[in-house]
Design a protein around this ligand. Structure first.
Ligand SMILES: [Zn+2]
Length: 637
């Protein structure tokens, strides 16, 4: 049973109706159930390790064929009925998975196999950890409670995401409050009968307004509304999530949820995270104060407020570096910049992208075949959903819709979802595009034996390394100079502009990392032995920062990362950034060197999670990871 459509050699995402979501999910679970039952009842001596692991991987492929697409459609499909059906289907999937990993007979069977290769050894280890982390060894009562908690956490995570995605709040601003906004922005956004602009929380609405509206009152109103876009309900949800996670830690008799999570990560324990965050904090404190001093100077105000920050950062960049993010859109028209990114990726990794027409969930969505530049063989497929629309996922992210398996010639599919302006990108958005495409490449260029080791299935505190690494390709002349080939009429990105962009980026790094540190520390606090109430903890932590806590703001209700899989894991962005900057260094002075690109593809991207990330990285670098480049960057050196 597979709903995946195969057009010739190409595999595409089925665009399911609400009824099909339900029937596809039910059929996949029934089929997987049958396969696991067969595996369970087979006499134990009759199957080799290879046979058992292949059967296991085959059954999980059945699930992924259904739930990979359903998980994506859940966040991007224009129809509420499809998104809602996907919510229900994904709860059923999570219940099934928990039950699977609580099955003692299967646990016993996997525990007793003798792996015949290093990939098998890793897969056996991964599976045993999944059994252990799903409560297989807990007493019956606790195991039952774990099942209930898992199901509830899935539901709560969905409700949290939905409240943000489907928030219909709009704000109105008078022409006076719009002073300073670019004409292109004013022409684009809707107006009401009285000449006010009507805007919501999509990035193309919010970001240019905060960077450019000269009205402090208007910026303040928009800032506070934006921190409340998760709705008061999300605070209640997060409190329930945090309490349930603490209960999981209690079931396992470990001190905190962070202990439960981090043992499967590169860091191995919460103490390592705490030490790392302390190091970041001491490096960043002075840099942050220095940045704020400079903003005060530009603003000629005694105190920089949170709603001032983007505004005065832009003024500082304009005055000091002649960088105007809005004006940069002319240098980076959206589609031409996409083509440029595909071009540099082709050169670097020896692949070719070919646009093709396939069924999609919305007319804006593009599809690309990924082919090997040498033989022209089809490697996989990529979907690009670039622009905002109502009810769509609001951030930028990549979905690994379908994994890869050399064993069964399974071809990967990834989807990139962003909320860009159609006309052009700011430099920050160029970096966002590269970042998410870094995840997409990790998905489609992996070539693992087992589907479960595909691309982004790596440790959560490594997964942001290839993506953050790729951001650098938006900051160097050897890659940016190729933009010319894709837009002859655009103003030229020359060496002077690139060096000004780089210099301007340095300013504000203290503020940015100060914020990243706060997010990571807050996440660890909510995953600690005594988590407390999420809004109260946030207020007290944000209050200790130089800009303080703003009454009426409610950031935790928007912090989707920690309501979902990044819990006790937000630190992973900075942890992986250490690795990312070290990986960039391996390219030396030429980011476009195809030899290093090819080696990166073979030694990191293609290997997925077949080996621990640390081993892959150390082999690629030829030495242990060094944090020097990272600490230099955050000190602003
Ligand atoms: Zn990312």
């Amino acid at each position: 049973m597979t709903q995946i459509l195969t057009l010739g050699e190409r595999t595409t995402i089925p665009i399911l109706t609400a009824e099909e979501v339900a029937s596809t999910a039910a059929a996949a679970i029934a089929e997987a159930q049958g396969r696991f039952e067969a595996l369970e009842s087979e006499p134990i001596e009759s199957l080799s390790a290879t046979e058992i692991l292949e059967r296991w991987d085959d059954a999980t492929i059945v699930l992924e064929d259904a739930f990979g697409p359903i998980a994506l459609l859940n966040s991007v499909h224009p129809e509420a009925s499809v998104r809602d059906a996907a919510d229900r289907a994904l709860v059923d999937e999570s219940v099934f998975i928990t039950g699977l990993f609580q099955n003692e007979k299967l646990f016993e069977r996997i525990s007793r196999i003798t792996p015949a290769s290093s990939a098998q050894k890793q897969l056996k280890k991964d599976l045993i950890e999944s059994f252990e982390d799903s409560g297989v060894a807990l007493p019956a009562e606790r195991r039952q409670r774990f099942r209930e908690i898992s199901e509830r956490l899935t539901e709560l995570g969905q409700e949290f995401a939905k409240n943000i995605r489907e928030n219909k709040t709009v704000l109105r601003f008078t022409p006076e409050e719009c002073r300073g906004l670019p004409q292109a922005y004013l022409d684009r956004v809707p107006k009401d009968g009285e000449g006010n602009i009507v805007v919501g929380f999509d990035y193309p609405d919010y970001v240019p307004f905060m960077m450019n509206s000269a009205s402090e009152e208007a910026r303040k109103r928009y800032y506070i509304a934006n921190t409340n876009r998760g709705t008061p309900r999300n605070i209640e949800i997060l409190d329930e999530i945090v309490a349930l996670r603490k209960e999981i830690a209690d079931l396992y008799e470990v001190p905190s949820f962070a202990h439960y999570v981090t043992k499967r990560r590169m860091v191995e324990n919460p103490e390592t995270v705490a030490r790392f965050l302390d190091e970041v904090k001491s490096a960043v404190t002075n840099a942050e104060l220095r940045d704020l001093d400079q903003l005060r100077e530009i603003a000629e105000k005694p105190k920089i407020e949170r709603w001032d920050m983007m505004y005065y950062r832009e003024r500082l960049r304009e005055r000091r570096y002649a960088i105007d993010q809005e004006a940069l859109r002319a240098y980076f028209p959206t589609i031409e910049t996409l083509h440029w990114m595909l071009d540099i990726t082709e050169r670097l990794y020896g692949i070719r992208f070919e646009e093709a027409s396939v069924p999609t969930w919305h007319q804006d969505v593009l599809y690309l075949d990924v082919k090997d530049a040498g033989g022209g063989d089809l490697i996989g497929g990529i979907y690009l959903d670039l622009y905002p629309r109502p009810d769509k996922y609001k951030h930028a992210a990549a979905w690994p819709v379908r994994g890869v398996s050399r064993r069964v010639a399974r071809k990967p599919i990834s989807a990139l979802v962003t909320n860009f302006n159609r006309d052009g990108l700011t430099h920050n958005e160029v970096e966002t595009l590269l970042h998410e495409f870094g995840h997409v490449l990790h998905g489609v260029l992996s070539q693992t034996e087992y589907n479960q080791h595909s691309g982004t299935s790596v440790e959560r505190d490594f997964v942001e390394a290839p993506s953050q690494m790729y951001e650098e390709w938006g900051n160097r002349m050897e890659s940016l100079s190729l933009l010319r080939d894709h837009c002859a009429s655009c103003p030229t990105v020359d060496a002077s502009l690139v060096s000004r962009i780089r210099a301007a980026k340095k300013f504000g790094i203290g503020i940015d990392y100060g914020r990243q540190h706060l997010y990571a520390a807050y996440d660890m606090a909510l995953s600690s032995p005594q988590p407390g109430e999420c809004l109260a903890v946030w207020k007290s932590m944000e209050a200790t920062t130089p800009m303080g806590y703003i009454e009426g703001t409610s950031f935790p209700g928007t912090f989707e990362h920690i309501a979902s899989g990044y819990a006790a894991g937000y630190y992973g962005y900075m942890w992986a950034k250490v690795i990312a900057l070290d990986l960039v260094a391996a390219f030396g002075k030429d980011l476009m060197d195809p030899k290093t690109g090819r080696r990166f593809r073979d030694e990191i991207l293609s290997r997925g999670s077949e080996e621990p990330a640390r081993d892959l990285v150390e082999r690629f670098l030829g030495r242990p990871v060094s944090s020097e480049a990272f600490f230099q960057e955050i000190r602003g050196e």
